[in-house]
Structures are given as C-alpha cells and as structure tokens.
Write a protein that binds this ligand. Structure first.
Ligand code: IPM
Ligand code: MG
Length: 378
C-alpha cells in the first residue's frame, strides 16, 4: 500500500453500543470489518461494549445506565447501532429507548451532526428520482443536535382548568449555539465546494430570524470566502427533490435537520446507505467527543431476518476513521471496497434492482471484506 500501516499502539478507545432491532445485526458486520482492519492494517482500538436503548431498559430499567454514559464520556469515540422497537412504545417518555440516544448526544455535547448524502454510481437507478438528478450527488447535511425543540424548555403536557389538554415544546437557540454549528458548516464547505446553505423558517419563527442573522454575521466576520445562501425549510425540502445537486453543505437546526436528512437519504436510494457523525467541541488537545451511527434506526419490520443493509453502519465506521482518528486512507479503502461490491451487482433487499444479486446482511459484509483483501493484496 502507498500509505503506512499502523503498527504502534491502538489508535484510541471506542465504546460499542449495538442497541436494538437491526442494530446488533449490522454491528456483527462492522465488528468483522474492524477485525480485518486490525489484522491487515494494524488499525486497532481499545474496545468496550455495552447496552443502550431497549436493551438497556430490559437489563437496568433505564435506556442509558450511568456507568454506560460514563464509559461514553471516557472514550475517544462511540460507535452506535440503533435504538427503539414496538415493545417499548407504551413506556413513559423518560424510559423510551430514544431517550438513551438523546441523552448521549446531550451529555457528550455532540452539537454537530454530519449526515452526508452521497450517491454511489452503481445505485443511481435505486433512487426514486431520475438518474440525471442524482448522478454524482454529494451533499452534506449538518444538523444542530443538542438544542432547538428537541431539548427546549418549557416542555410537557398539562391539563387545563377546562379539562382540555395542552402539549408544549419550545424552539430555542442562542447566539453561541448557532455560531458553533455554523462554524463547523463553513469549515466543512472549505474542504468541499465552498458553499453553505443555511436553512430555517425566518418568515414565521423568531428563532429562525436569529439563526439567519447570526449565520450571516459569522460568515461576514470570518468566512467571507465561503458562498453563503439562506433558504426556508419548506423550500429546501422541495429543492432537495427538485434539484438536489444545487447544494453542497446545508446547515440547519435539530428538527429541520431531522426531516431534511431523511429526505436527502432517499435521494441515495435507501436509508440503509446513510451514515452519520456527531461531533462535540474540540478539547484542549484538539480532540472532539464523537459518536458515529447509521441514520436508519432500528427497523423493527425487518429485525431478526438477517436482511438489513450493513453499509450505513460500515460507512459510519469509515467516518470514525476519518474524523476521530485521522485515518483518511483507511476510510477511503473501506469506502472504495463498498463501492466496488455495489458495482459488482450485490444488493441487500432495500436497494435491490432487477438483474442484481440479492444477498443477506452477512454475505454483504463478507464480500466487502473479500474486496478489502483484494484491494490490499498487491
Ligand atoms: C435520527 C432519529 C432520532 C431523532 C430519533 C430516533 C430520536 O430520527 O437520528 O434522525 O429524531 O433525532
Ligand atoms: Mg430522524
């Protein structure tokens, strides 16, 4: 290989949290890929594994035990599967599996959520959009992850004197919350096509007016070299399916980011293809707290059948190599192997196309490992 093997110490500590539903199924494949990187590339980590979500609730009665949170805080990175399932639908809010995920994001201070939507050439025709609209698509949705309506106070459900019930959530952002995520957006754009589109609803929401103002101010003061535009969230949803290639980096709040990233995911053909990285502020040593997870969630409808697409999980590991451990070459190697296997015609059910070979989660994983062997054997 042109680039050096890592033959020294483990690169850092990683906490593995497979979670619920298809989480453990796609995790089996990422573990095998991690073993390959250890063996073939000397890329190893100090690993620990724990429960989160419904799995943690079954064991401890809470979706994230204090010890697990502590381990996450002490790790260089967290690799996360998925949480949730119908079994837990009737639990009170604070016991729901999703609270485990939200607590990790909040407690680790992971305010910047990177959700790249990239279309693999081999999958151009699995998108629900016309091939010419998505061919070569490469956008980055940057979602604010620790603020906004997800965490705003007051929140709750109350009963009014007249017996009616009232549900309240609060959309709230401060200058510093907006600046720190916008700065990440501008930095990302500088390494990409140099364009940021900031998305809110400044036409109806004060928090949106502030968002637009502050993003513009930060831009003018420090990032004038980046091309900045502003868009209302509803228009952005429309533009994403009308002409997605107009975007480079989209920076937006927690809720709009949740919606727009699902929408962008489908441009790539399947939610099973979308990884994500959630990053905190850089510490004194320059390192950021980080968690990597596929965007797809626990998928109860296909759990236990061995048919889930492991690619979003594998790409989440590749993002971890890139963003937490500076192993860009190894990340490229993995991304390249995934790309080759797709080009060779292998598909899981979610991205199945006519004339292709439909395979299970584990065959997809094994074939990607064989491809890694091939790519490094010369
Ligand atoms: C996501 C998910 C989560 C969210 C759920 C599982 C709480 O939809 O990561 O996009 O709403 O943030
Ligand atoms: Mg979502």
């Amino acid at each position: 290989m042109a680039y050096p093997r890592n033959d020294g110490e483990p690169l850092g500590s990683v906490l593995l949290l497979p979670g619920d539903g298809i989480g453990p199924e796609v995790f089996r494949e990422v573990r095998r890929v991690m073993d390959w990187f250890d063996r073939a590339r000397g890329v190893s980590f100090e690993l620990d594994e724990d429960l989160v979500g419904g799995a943690a609730y079954d064991q401890h009665g809470v979706p994230l035990a204090d010890e697990t949170l502590q381990k996450a805080l002490d790790s260089d990175a967290v690799l996360f599967g998925a949480v949730g399932g119908p079994k837990y639908d009737d639990l009170p809010f604070d016991k729901k599996p999703e609270r485990g995920l939200l607590a990790l994001r909040k407690e680790l201070g992971l305010f910047a959520n990177l959700r790249p939507a990239k279309v693999f050439d081999a999958l151009v025709s699995s998108s629900s959009l016309k091939p010419e609209l998505v061919q070569g698509l490469d956008i980055m949705i940057l979602r604010e992850l620790t603020g906004g309506v997800y965490f705003g106070e007051p929140r709750g459900i109350e009963t009014l004197p007249n017996g009616e019930r009232r549900g309240v959530n609060t959309q709230v952002y401060t200058t510093s919350e907006i600046h720190r995520v916008a700065a990440v957006g501008f930095e990302l754009a500088r390494k990409r096509q140099g364009k940021v589109c900031s998305v809110e609803k400044a036409n109806v929401m004060e928090s949106g007016v502030l968002w637009r103002d502050e993003v513009q101010k930060l831009h003018d003061a420090q990032y004038a070299d980046v091309e900045l535009s502003h868009m209302y969230a509803d228009n952005c949803a429309m533009q994403l399916v009308r002409q997605p290639k107009q975007f480079d980096v989209i920076v937006t709040d927690n809720l709009f980011g949740d919606l727009l990233s699902d929408c962008a995911a489908m441009l790539t053909g399947s939610l099973g293809m979308l990884p994500s990285a959630s990053l905190g502020a850089a510490g004194p040593d320059g390192k950021r707290k980080a968690m990597y997870e596929p965007v797809h969630g626990s998928a109860p409808d296909i759990t236990g059948q061995g048919i889930a697409n492991p690619i979003a999980m594998l790409q989440s590991f590749s993002m971890m190599l890139r963003y937490s451990f500076d192993r860009d070459d190894d990340a490229d190697l993995l991304d390249g192997a995934i790309s080759s296997v797709l080009a060779g015609g292998l598909r899981t059910g979610d991205i199945m196309q006519e004339g292709m070979a439909k395979v299970s989660t584990s065959v997809m994983g094994e074939t990607i490992i064989r491809e890694l062997d091939k790519a490094t054997s010369t």
